[in-house]
Design a protein around this ligand. Structure first.
Ligand code: MN3
Length: 202
């Protein structure tokens, strides 16, 4: 079974009023994410060791193996983007009560959580991701990862929110202003309902 591009959970113009325009989503989903899926399928076709493995299995199998770096990067990016779309919402930015309590317990305040997340995203040199994860000790934690890596690969915990800080994610809307993109993402785009549901399911 070849991997497939998942449908966007909203229209391409649904996030425009919140700071992510239609053209960004058309290119990011239809071209960038599709390219990762196509490349990954090409690698699987040529490598019997990858055939029949789930996406998660391929990520674990290829992590930290230099000869499989292109496989890892494309598999990781397929996993990351599959989560990224539902981690945003046209009604984003509102933090439900249980998650707000947990953020306050573990970071001191919602503002401190946002500052830490933003710092991670700004501090990721070059391309990558900023994450809110539920770590193995039961605490929420901020991590960042380069390129196609993610908390699944590193074992840092369960991803509750992930923000793509590759330039293709924000350049049309924010040009070079990554800090402004991250602040807007946290305030208006992030789907905290998704994060709370993932927290409760953990
Ligand atoms: Mn991307």
């Amino acid at each position: 079974m070849a991997f497939e591009l998942p449908a966007l959970p909203y229209a391409h113009n649904a996030l425009a009023a919140n700071g992510m325009c239609q053209e960004t989503l058309e290119l990011h989903h239809g071209k960038h994410h599709q390219a990762y899926v196509t490349a990954l399928n090409g690698f699987v076709e040529k490598n019997d060791a990858l055939k029949g493995k789930s996406l998660e299995e391929i990520i674990h199998f290829s992590y930290n193996k230099p000869d499989l770096a292109p496989v890892f990067n494309n598999a990781g990016q397929h996993w990351n983007h599959t989560l990224f779309w539902p981690m945003m919402s046209p009604n984003g930015g509102g933090i439900p009560g249980a998650l707000e309590n947990k953020l306050t317990d573990d970071f001191g305040s919602v503002a401190a959580f946002k500052d830490a997340f933003k710092t991670a995203g700004v501090g990721q040199f070059g391309s990558g991701w900023a994450w809110l994860v539920l770590a193995h000790d039961g605490k929420l934690k901020i991590t960042r990862s380069p390129n196609g890596s993610n908390p699944l690969a590193t074992g840092e915990g369960k991803a509750l929110l992930g923000c793509d800080v590759w330039e293709h994610s924000y350049y049309l809307d924010f040009r070079n202003r990554r800090p402004d993109y991250l602040q807007n993402w946290l305030d208006k785009l992030a789907n905290y309902e998704f994060a709370e549901a993932a927290l409760k399911a953990a």
